[in-house]
Design a protein around this ligand. Structure first.
Ligand SMILES: Cc1cc2nc3c(=O)[nH]c(=O)nc-3n(C[C@H](O)[C@H](O)[C@H](O)COP(=O)(O)OP(=O)(O)OC[C@H]3O[C@@H](n4cnc5c(N)ncnc54)[C@H](O)[C@@H]3O)c2cc1C
Length: 381
């Protein structure tokens, strides 16, 4: 009897599962991908897209083409629940998909739940598609304004810093008039990076006239300002939310075991700790025995072990444990084809670091075929 493997979300992990399926399909198994959009962004190149170095197609994987070449069915819809007893998922458009084994790689969104007004004012950086639409409008407004537009980026981690520097570069290149602030609730920018990285980026932010406000949790968002905990009011024309990762609600309300933040709790096989036929990877998963920060690097690294374990599960074979690395290399771009490298306690920067990052990122995109070519699918893993 034909078995059904269902992938929910075309994130960084699932694109590798699909690519490997194309190279070696599993006899007697159909694979279906459910995802809201035809294109999925590669986060490593998003700041470069904002800065104007890449085109849309350079940093988005065409899931439709990837699936077609890999022999995988693709349904464009957004999952809202899993019915584990009846082995089916339900999408927001009312359609249903059935499965024998299901895997979830739907990412995360910025945390804004506790900030009154955040859902009405400002733009979360994820989902990426509506953020990019909003960014086009912001660019237009910055070009057309007679005065200076006030941009506030809430979140002083790597994503917020890269985004601020990329936006500053692009708006200045376009002749737009903008003042950019970064607002963080901690006592330092990039708290998970070494002092050398923080120092270098703090200097670059000063040189580019980007104001950094630390120890400043946002208490409330209003139409034209942010209210900070210390009573300061920051005037805003545009607010971007790049705060830490929040989980979707539907895994928990569907009955899957989650961690305290609502991320799907998985074991060393990337398998749900509550349901053997459910797997999860990327930001939406919490590896309970080996917790790691939410990062695209881990999502990418989980592709090969998830692919292998989905096959093992379908064949009723023993699963193979995945051990995530302890340290990852982060290459943080500064908008002007320059980047800072951060690895454990080590920090260094240069235009060559950006070229290195560019080579790594474009090689990643080639694997999934920028234009969805069959040739790209043949690149050995
Ligand atoms: C500006 C910025 C820059 C970043 N730069 C880096 C970087 O340089 N390096 C790094 O390691 N990390 C970076 N990150 C973090 C990185 O974006 C995430 O860790 C990474 O995208 C997680 O990948 P994922 O596979 O979990 O999900 P994602 O890549 O977010 O993909 C999730 C997919 O699931 C789909 N989906 C969502 N909900 C549903 C649903 N209900 N039903 C069906 N499909 C759904 C989405 O449309 C999307 O295609 C950056 C983040 C930001 C905001």
């Amino acid at each position: 009897m034909t078995r059904r493997l269902l992938l929910i979300g075309g994130g960084h992990t699932h694109v590798e599962v699909i690519r490997r399926w194309g190279l070696s399909p599993e006899p007697g198994v159909t694979m279906t991908l459910v995802s809201p959009d035809r294109h999925t962004p590669y986060s490593g190149m998003l700041p470069g897209f904002i800065a104007g170095h890449y085109r849309f197609e350079d940093c988005h994987i065409d899931l439709e083409a990837l699936c077609r070449h890999a022999g995988v069915a693709h349904q464009e819809c957004t999952v809202e629940s899993i019915d584990i007893t009846h082995r089916r998922v339900r999408c927001t458009n009312g359609t249903e998909q059935y499965f024998d084994v299901v895997s979830v790689d739907t990412g995360s969104t910025p945390v804004t739940a506790n900030i009154p007004g955040a859902d009405r004012y400002g733009t979360p950086v994820k989902p990426v598609a509506p953020f990019l639409d909003a960014w086009r409008e912001m660019q237009k407004a910055a070009r057309q304004t007679a005065g200076t537009l006030e941009f506030a980026i809430v979140g002083a981690g790597a994503g917020g810093i890269e985004l601020a520097l990329a936006m500053e570069h692009r708006l200045r290149a376009d002749g737009g008039r903008a003042r950019i602030s970064i607002i963080g609730d901690g006592s330092a920018i990039l708290p998970s990076h070494p002092e050398g990285v923080r120092r270098r980026l703090a200097r670059i932010l000063r040189q580019r006239n980007i104001v950094v406000r630390l120890n400043s949790p946002v208490q409330e968002a209003r139409a034209d300002r942010l209210l900070l905990r210390d009573g300061t009011e920051v005037p805003t024309d545009h607010v971007l939310w790049v705060t830490g990762a929040a989980a979707p609600e539907w895994p928990r309300t569907s009955g899957l075991a989650t961690d305290a933040a609502g991320f799907i709790a998985v074991n060393e096989y990337l398998q749900s700790i509550s349901h053997d036929d459910v797997f999860a990877a990327g930001d939406v998963a919490a590896m309970v025995a080996t917790p790691r920060p939410k990062s695209g690097v881990y999502a990418v690294r989980q592709g090969p072990p998830l692919s292998a374990n989905l096959r093992h599960a379908l064949r009723d074979e023993p699963l193979v444990a995945y051990r995530p690395q302890n340290t990852t290399l982060a290459l943080i771009s500064t908008g002007n084809r320059y980047a800072i490298a951060s690895y454990g306690p080590i920090a260094f920067g240069g235009a060559w670091v950006w070229r290195w990052k560019n080579r790594i990122d474009t090689a990643f995109m080639r694997r999934y075929g920028t234009a969805g070519t069959a040739a790209a699918l043949q690149t050995p893993g």
